[in-house]
Design a protein around this ligand. Structure first.
Ligand SMILES: Cc1cc2nc3c(=O)[nH]c(=O)nc-3n(C[C@H](O)[C@H](O)[C@H](O)COP(=O)(O)O)c2cc1C
Length: 474
């Protein structure tokens, strides 16, 4: 039974926000969502985006698989005019799981086909794709790389979560601390990957700096010695370098970044299964965008400085995120139901939604010319679009991305813009099946593909059944 989401009308969700003292608005008219905007001279046809939603369905060698093509075609025909493509590893050792996409000369022609098929699906459904932008997220999974964790610094709050490998002396962490020389070489990999993305036909690349993957961890590497650690200047050296080099070498490629504004501390299952912050000692130095004296609170000083610098270097879009999917999922994607092995939400999810919206407003108001994409709206269910319209109207965000909601109902934009309206039977209810699939490894290939088992039954119903048979507690 739903613990928190009990809203039938817009008034009831407005009242709940008011009772919690949250500055959230909900418009009944969705018109602001249908006005186009421009990015780097390109017209984008509406204010709705598909968030990066990894399907964990690539082939073992990193090529898009059948379900990858299917997902992108569904996104393409869905009507959102910005498709922020999912995590794609810049080098094989940077993969978060063994079915993550890889961007490499060997995957180029299939990535090209992925872009083409997405555009064809869009044209078939909408007529015109000249105002559609498609991007790809370039990632290095850092400490969450599945073969071997690759860390930018030791982190007393996160190191106990490193995947363990069974050895003669029991499970031992086996992380590799990436060296400055390796980071220098990794810059070349990013620029090469951006070039391949451009060749494949993507309109933009996202230099991913969120969710405590490698580039996010570098931003917080205050304890790291050398050229990439310690001072703000050193911690931001890598991202500034790859933005400049990409802009210089591929001037027609749009550069964006998905950026954590606030890392916060990890959470654990506490009393009664509810999430609780891990014990910490202040000042907390290993988190980005976080108040060191009270790390449960954001401190946007450095993110604001960085975004200003990146915009000056040519970053045209920032997609906002918070938290860590492995350690603080309630910050990143407010949820009603916990995934298997996850904790129950430690706060009313409306507070989590409001935190996203507030942080996004601060960025958009500081940089009115920057394209800022908001996220974390799916928990709002049918009211997500009313909140999105209110934020766009008030200038708190340029466009709003749908994550989990895009798996259950990828055609939300097309339906809302026509008289059809949302399909009430396919509204994401944040059951967390998608996360459970992503975390489950008993599949013969070592990784289950993920999607929406309850509302995209045709593809994911059987996959969910297989998981239940293999792991009855899932
Ligand atoms: C199954 C799944 C896959 C995801 N894949 C990515 C990804 O590849 N890159 C990324 O930055 N975020 C990823 N996310 C996070 C989403 O983009 C989004 O930030 C999050 O779900 C919150 O938005 P929502 O409330 O609309 O779901 C993923 C989330 C889920 C549940």
């Amino acid at each position: 039974m739903s613990r928190f989401f009990k809203f039938k009308t817009i008034e009831s969700i407005r009242d709940a926000a008011a009772q919690l003292n949250l500055r959230l608005e909900f418009d009944t008219a969705l018109d602001p969502l249908w006005s186009p905007f421009h990015v780097h001279g390109r017209r984008v046809g509406n204010r709705l985006a598909i968030q990066p939603m990894e399907g964990c369905d690539a082939t073992p060698d990193g090529q898009p698989g059948e379900l990858t093509f299917r997902r992108f075609e569904r996104f393409g025909s869905g009507g959102a005019k910005l498709i922020w493509g999912e995590a794609c590893a810049v080098v094989p050792e940077a993969r978060a799981n063994c079915r993550q996409l890889i961007i490499h000369a060997s995957t180029l022609s299939n990535l090209q086909e992925l872009v083409e098929r997405t555009r064809t699906a869009h044209r078939k459904a909408l007529g015109d794709d000249s105002d559609l932008l498609i991007g790809v997220q370039l990632t290095h999974s850092g400490r969450w790389s599945y073969q071997q964790p690759i860390i930018a610094q030791a982190d007393p709050l996160l190191d106990s979560r490193l995947p363990k490998r069974e050895g003669p002396s029991g499970p031992t962490a086996h992380a590799h601390l990436i060296s400055d020389d390796e980071l220098d070489r990794l810059q070349d990999d990013y620029v090469r990957a951006a070039g391949l993305a451009y060749q494949a036909g993507f309109d933009f690349v996202d230099l991913k700096q969120c969710h405590r993957y490698l580039l996010n961890e570098l931003l917080a590497a205050r304890r790291r010695p050398g050229r990439y650690g310690g001072s703000y200047e050193n911690r931001t050296r890598f991202i500034r370098a790859i933005v400049s080099r990409t802009r210089e070498q591929y001037p027609n490629l749009i550069v964006g970044s998905r950026l954590n504004l606030f890392d916060g501390v990890p959470f654990l299952k506490g009393e009664g299964g509810t999430g609780a912050p891990v014990p910490f000692q202040t000042p907390v130095e290993t988190c980005w965008g976080t108040n060191p004296e009270n790390p449960l609170e954001p401190d946007l000083t450095e993110p604001l400085q960085l975004i200003g610098e990146l915009q000056a270097l040519g970053v045209a879009m920032v997609n906002v995120s918070l938290g860590n999917p492995y350690a603080s999922p309630h910050l990143l994607r407010p949820f009603e139901y916990a995934p298997s092995e996850g904790y129950l939400s430690p706060e009313h999810p409306l507070i989590g939604v409001a935190r996203h919206i507030h942080c996004t407003r601060v960025i958009q108001r500081a940089f009115p010319d920057l394209v800022v994409i908001g996220s974390g709206y799916s928990w709002l269910q049918q009211f997500a679009f009313s909140a999105a319209a209110a934020e766009v109207r008030a200038g708190g965000v340029t466009a709003v991305g749908m994550g989990r909601a895009s798996l259950s109902q990828p055609d939300f934009a097309r339906r809302l813009q026509s008289d059809e309206g949302l399909d009430q039977k396919r509204i994401c209810r944040t059951f967390s099946y998608c996360t459970t699939l992503m975390r489950s490894k008993s599949h013969p290939l070592g990784q289950y593909p993920t999607g929406c088992p309850p509302f995209d039954k045709e593809a994911y119903g059987p996959i969910w059944k297989t998981l239940q048979a293999a792991e009855p507690d899932a």
